[in-house]
Ligand binder design. Structure first.
Ligand SMILES: [Zn+2]
Length: 147
């Protein structure tokens, strides 16, 4: 089980299913998108540079290092989680690690500032998810506090 997290900035609930994990994020911060967080790229480049190289399938077909300048905070968190999961798996001695996921939100149905981040993974990867969630929340909050 992944413990739920709540702070003044956000609430994060993680549910692990058979072939994916669903991370429900509720932003309490007023920053819903990274365009109001101009230090995002710099913080990522010093703390988790691999995330800037990650593949991203977005509408504008931009590389993630461009997309990250103006994207939903939920989508940023998704990429951070995936990068930390890879880091954890590689540190475990695997020669390759690749995780993928997507982020969805519909604020006509759920509260403004809520995101569902879906991480495709098997239950064998839960230790990597656990590692990634702690680190990802810390890094996202560092970015949210940087403005
Ligand atoms: Zn993406």
């Amino acid at each position: 089980m992944i413990p739920n997290y709540t702070s003044a900035l956000m609430t994060v609930e993680t549910k692990v299913k058979e072939d994916h994990a669903k991370v429900c994020v509720k932003m309490h911060s007023s920053h819903f998108r990274t365009h109001s967080l101009p230090h995002t790229s710099h913080i990522l480049s010093t703390t988790l540079p691999s995330v800037l190289e990650s593949k991203c399938f977005n509408e504008k077909k931009q590389p993630f290092h461009e997309e990250v300048k103006a994207t939903a905070v939920g989508h940023l968190l998704e990429h951070i989680i995936l990068a930390y999961m890879c880091e954890s798996k590689l540190a475990d001695g695997h020669t390759e690690a690749c995780f993928n996921g997507f982020t969805e939100w519909d604020w006509s149905k759920s509260m403004r500032g809520t995101y569902d981040v879906i991480i495709n993974m098997s239950k064998e990867d839960i230790s990597h998810l656990k590692y990634a969630m702690t680190k990802s929340i810390l890094l996202t909050e560092k970015i949210l506090c940087s403005n």
